[in-house]
Design a protein around this ligand. Structure first.
Ligand code: 4NP
Length: 160
């Protein structure tokens, strides 16, 4: 199973989800069956490492932020089984490109957030780019609890 996580620049939110989900999948022993990679709908930062504020928050929490290089969403990503977008604007940009028959692969990341009220609107993972450090910490906290719930569901679905 191939999962893509998508944001705008691929230097803050989706790299955080990429690193956290890969860590959780390895802990769950699912990393041989589920792969996660990330990209952005915009191409401004292609080839660059993570934003230094994102990398600092991840490193402080014990994750490896060093290996990331930004990539851009496009047709080579259409083969992913799940395309998890960080906000509704990323969702619109991805759906614009993706063939209609594949639209059901696209989900807002926070659909799995245990703090989101079931049945209500699914909120965005807010873009931390223009804000202070607290915004980056909140992205990590949101990504961690959502990744835990997502990996638990994958374990239930794929577990033997
Ligand atoms: P991300 O954050 O989509 O979470 O990676 C952003 C990074 C860069 C820009 C916008 C958002 N930018 O405008 O360059």
């Amino acid at each position: 199973m191939k999962i893509a996580v998508v944001c705008l620049g691929n230097i803050c939110r989706s790299p955080t989800a990429d690193v956290v989900l890969n860590a959780r999948l390895a802990e769950a022993g699912l990393d041989d069956r589920v792969t996660v990679e990330s990209c952005g709908t915009g191409g401004w930062h292609v080839g660059e490492p993570m934003d230094s504020r994102t990398a600092a928050v991840l490193t402080d929490a014990g994750y490896d932020a060093s290996r990331h290089r930004a990539r851009q969403f496009g047709p080579s990503w259409f083969d992913h089984d799940l395309i998890l977008v960080m906000d509704s604007s990323n969702e619109a940009d991805v759906l614009d490109q993706l063939p209609t028959g594949l639209h059901d692969r696209v989900h807002l990341f926070r659909e799995w957030d245990p703090e989101v009220v079931p049945g209500g609107a699914v909120p965005d993972v807010p873009d931390p780019w223009y804000g202070g450090t607290q915004g980056f910490r909140e992205v990590l906290a949101t990504v961690e609890r959502t990744s835990d719930a997502l990996v638990a569901e994958l374990e239930a679905r794929l577990g033997d």
